[in-house]
Design a protein around this ligand. Structure first.
Ligand code: SMG
Ligand code: MG
Length: 374
């Protein structure tokens, strides 16, 4: 294919409830969708969609929404316009001279993938090698100011039927909340925590106290670059350590596994530069007997649809952060967003990511568009 034009649709969607993590409180989602126009050898034109998952602030990782749009405009888009035979499998290669910016690159790879699969009439799930048509749906619960509010919030998601609860934690908002959730909902509740790098190895004695609550895992307790420290922490506690922020590539995943720093890996396609790298991490982890699950970045319907397909690969043996669209949004920007029923979401089966962007909704939430041509 040849890339004809790119349009970045900057959007702002209100969240149904504020979402607090150890590093920030989000009240709305500011992100952008990438709309790519491509032509194939026979002159057919086709549209493909991608989503940029960077947060507006560089708090989760170095990338941020405006920075991702800027690097696409100045550097990544020109490199793709220059390519004569663009395929999803060669996007990473075309962009390899630009250091970093995995989320910006992933959004572009998505648009190419979606277009390529639509041309072929193939679903993303089939392309990836998905082995199931539904995937278990977990929900990520933000830090609540009081234990009572944590219990109330978790109760609501448990009643809705979510397959797994993940509670965000930080120092001072950890043991007491975890203990209360276990007591209230029992030992059968699939339950895990995510610290978003809020601790250091000196907190090991406190973190170890989490061991008695039968958590599925603790996600990213220490800082992004603390691979060795995560391995040391793993020696000091029985709760499996799962890495999120620390894993930025298949190579990094291999190092983490080798070091004993990751018993489990949270795979987020944006964080690792795209869905193809995400699949490589899946393959690598599976070969090493390391469980993986699909993370979330408060995606709109486009990103969530693609995540559901990824999570249908056989190595995704734990429920992902693939909650229904209504967990964050009263209204989405795709016609039929992901819904959770009885703890499961359906893997889209239509061509490409299998969702249609609703232009009217896109206009409603739009805060501007950036038009890019060769
Ligand atoms: O998309 O359901 C979702 C949110 C999942 O907790 C989630 N994501 O570290 O895993 C994580 C966070 C990153 C985003 S926090 C604003
Ligand atoms: Mg995380």
């Amino acid at each position: 294919m040849k890339l004809i034009s790119l349009r970045l649709h900057m959007v702002e969607l209100p969240l149904v409830a504020t979402f607090t993590t150890s590093f920030s409180t989000q009240t709305r989602r500011e992100c952008f969708l990438v709309e790519g126009q491509f032509s194939n050898d026979t002159g057919r034109t086709i549209t493909g969609w991608g989503e940029n998952v960077a947060l507006p602030q560089p708090f989760y990782s170095a990338e941020y929404t405006a920075g991702a749009a800027d690097v696409i405009r100045r550097w990544l888009a020109p490199a793709l316009f220059a390519a004569d035979h663009l395929t999803a499998e060669t996007v990473t290669h075309q962009l390899r001279h630009i250091v970093g910016h995995p989320m910006a690159k992933a959004a572009l790879e998505m648009a190419v993938l979606d277009a390529q699969l639509r041309l072929r009439g193939q679903s993303f799930a089939e392309y990836l090698g998905a082995v199931t048509s539904t995937v278990p749906s977990g929900v990520s619960v933000g830090i609540q100011p009081t234990v009572a509010e944590t219990l109330k919030t978790v109760a609501n998601y448990v009643e809705q039927g979510y397959a797994r609860i993940k509670l965000k934690i930080k120092p001072g908002y950890d043991l007491e909340h975890v203990a209360a959730v276990r007591k209230e909902f029992g030992n059968q509740l699939p339950f895990q925590v995510d610290a978003n790098a809020a601790y250091t190895l000196t907190n090991a004695p406190q973190l170890r106290r989490l061991d008695e609550y039968g958590l599925l895992l603790i996600e990213q307790p220490l800082s992004e670059h603390d691979l060795r420290q995560h391995a040391q922490l793993a020696q000091q506690m029985t709760t499996p350590i799962c890495l999120d922020e620390s894993v930025e590539s298949a190579q990094g995943a291999a190092d983490a596994i080798q070091l004993g720093a990751a018993a489990v890996i949270n795979i987020k396609p944006g964080r690792v530069g795209g869905y193809l790298e995400a699949r490589r991490i899946h393959d690598l982890a599976r070969a090493h007997g390391v469980a993986v699950w699909c993370g979330g970045m408060l995606e709109t319907g486009v990103g969530r649809a693609a995540n559901a397909a990824l999570a249908a690969l056989p190595g995704f043996t734990l429920p992902g952060d693939i909650s229904g669209s209504d967990r964050f949004y009263a209204e989405d920007i795709v016609a039929a967003p992901i819904r959770m029923h009885d703890g499961w979401v359906d893997v889209p089966q239509g061509p490409g990511f299998g969702v249609e962007v609703d232009r009217e909704q896109l206009r409603r939430f739009s805060t501007g568009t950036v038009e890019l041509t060769p």
